[in-house]
Ligand binder design. Structure first.
Ligand code: UDX
Ligand code: UDX
Ligand code: ADP
Length: 481
């Protein structure tokens, strides 16, 4: 038996809450879904009639929002009213790594989750199922539950009793493929103690997910599964990147190695692409969370084991910037370098923890002049991430600017690949955008200052095409070029 859900509230209209709720509303037209957020600009963007202005870029999201918005999907800043109307509240707010205080740099900052729990405690009516959707450290449900339990009450003078059940329902969607991952997930995981609440949530997913893919477990296993899944995925990337470095010294090609090991069914072929290191809002944060938990529970060796996955990732990013400097005769001061791609992966406008940030930082530190082009990232976001305002693009014909001669690192935003590489000594490909796979290097090469390099950190270019254009090539994990 399930508790019938007619009205859902989702707190947090970000990369997770927005797409997830859009798909639930699309697949369950009988359920009213209200997404709320404190950020007015973000809500206004979700309500924009121009679907290209949605705050999250995801292939296919515009069509889903278009079908459900105004029918049974709303976006607003009316948090309390939406909670009061809801039978089920999803908490999908940000949980960044703490920057100060106890656990700084590792533990998650739960202040937004706690604020949400308190707001739900205050505004909920009747029985409410509260679902943790944000990635959270293990045992957060307990925090949420104790706040909610303190607000439970019996029926008093005609008013309804107030009660809660807490579920953990981690989201496994990857950015760039969010809609596909939500519409046909490998699995949906629901953790909880109250079988009626679990069944109520399972029935929602049951509208489009086959029942054998809906896994039911306890709260703690559910929370820990999310951290573990991300830790394992990140570990594969650090493993292949470590092998890539070795390949570059030995004449092996990491793609050949990946193909050979990936054919072993115990290893599998996915997630073995060497690159500039992983980015995104989850991998580093979740591993650091795991590290913090292990230390907290007296398992320092386990903590060290996982911490090394992050350390290797940071090393890979610095390794690439170092290598660029070395190949450009040991100095990039005053040199123009084209950065192609800034998002942490293709098909998203998200730059959280993007490898491009650290690499750009290193190069700015060396005094480089960076032209940065990304088809989806807003230049204001780049300025925010680099903590440096953009300069105006220099006149390519006019030679080095005063800033360049003084050795100060600067950057500007390119509007196309061609104007980004113009006058540059090197092009660095940092995101695997489709358009970077098809570049006409023979046409681009004459725009660059010779001798010029292509540093392909995503292995997207055709090595022969680059070499025939006369450019020099470095490709991640390729000992043969
Ligand atoms: C990840 C998980 O995949 C998802 O299940 C979870 O819900 C959230 O975290 P996401 O961060 O959106 O999703 O993207 P993902 O595709 O996993 O990529 C993460 C990073 O790893 C990117 O920077 C990507 O470029 C990099 N990566 C991925 C590689 O370098 N090589 C690979 O083979 C795969
Ligand atoms: C291994 C490789 O599997 C094989 O491809 C290679 O050619 C030789 O090394 P082997 O050592 O014979 O084969 O056995 P394997 O089944 O891989 O097990 C190795 C060890 O890992 C065993 O001690 C096994 O108990 C342990 N193991 C394996 C686990 O603890 N957990 C697992 O999930 C799998
Ligand atoms: P994620 O990738 O986990 O979705 P985001 O940062 O994209 O993370 O989105 C989280 C959203 O949650 C932000 O838009 C933020 O404004 C919102 N938020 C945080 N705290 C609250 C709160 N107490 N009430 C409503 N919205 C909140």
């Amino acid at each position: 038996t399930a508790f019938p859900i007619r009205n859902i509230c989702c707190i947090g209209a970000g990369y997770v809450g927005g797409p997830t709720m859009a798909v639930i509303a699309d697949r369950c037209p009988q359920i009213q879904v209200n997404v709320v957020d404190l950020n007015e600009a973000r809500i206004a963007a979700w309500n924009d009639l121009d679907l290209s202005k949605l705050p999250v870029y995801e292939p296919g999201l515009d069509a889903v929002v278009d079908r459900a918005r105004g029918r049974n999907l709303t976006f607003s800043t009316q948090v309390d009213a939406a909670i009061a109307a809801a039978d089920m509240v999803f908490i999908s707010v940000n949980t960044p790594t703490k920057t100060k205080g106890l656990g700084a740099g590792q533990a998650s900052d739960l202040r937004w989750v706690e604020a949400c729990a308190r707001q739900v405690a205050q505004s909920a009516q009747g029985h409410t199922i509260v679902v943790e959707k944000s990635t959270l450290p293990v045992r957060t449900a307990e925090v949420v539950r104790s706040i909610l339990e303190a607000a439970q009450r019996q029926a008093v003078d005609g008013e309804l009793p107030i009660s809660f059940s807490v579920l953990s329902n981690p989201e496994f969607l990857a950015e760039g493929t969010a809609i596909r991952d939500l519409e046909s997930p490998d699995r949906v995981l629901i953790g909880g103690e109250n079988p009626v609440a679990i069944q109520s949530l399972a029935e929602i997913y049951g509208h489009w997910v086959p029942v054998e893919k809906i896994l039911l477990t306890n709260l703690w296993s559910s929370e820990l599964s999310k951290l573990t899944a991300n830790a394992f995925l990140a570990q594969r990337i650090s493993s292949i990147n470590s092998v890539a470095a070795l390949c570059e010294h030995t004449g092996a090609d990491v793609r050949e190695v990946a193909r050979a090991i990936g054919s072993d069914s115990r290893i599998g072929s996915k997630f073995l692409e060497a690159g500039p290191g992983f980015g995104g809002s989850c991998f580093q944060k979740d591993i650091l969370n795991l590290v913090y938990l292990c230390r907290h529970f007296g398992l320092p060796d386990v903590a060290d084991y996982w911490e090394n996955v992050v350390a290797l990732n940071t090393w890979q990013q610095h390794r690439i910037s170092r290598l660029v400097v070395q190949k450009l005769f040991g100095t990039v001061t005053g040199k123009r370098l084209a950065l192609l791609g800034f998002a942490f992966k293709a098909d998203t406008n998200d730059t959280r923890e993007a490898p491009a940030i650290r690499i750009a930082h290193d190069l700015l530190e060396e005094g480089a002049q960076l032209a940065i082009y990304d088809p989806k990232v807003d230049p204001q976001q780049i300025a925010f991430d680099l903590q440096l305002a953009a300069s105006s693009p220099p006149d390519v014909q006019a030679g080095p600017t005063r800033a360049a001669l003084s050795g100060e690192g600067t950057w500007w935003s390119g509007t196309s690949v061609a104007d980004t590489v113009a006058g540059a000594d090197a092009a660095l490909i940092l995101t695997e955008w489709h358009e970077f796979r098809q570049l006409d290097w023979v046409a681009l090469a004459p725009l660059m200052r010779q001798p010029a390099w292509v540093f392909d950190a995503r292995a997207v270019v055709d090595p022969e095409a680059v070499k025939s254009s006369g450019l020099m090539l470095w490709r991640v994990g390729d000992g043969a070029v």
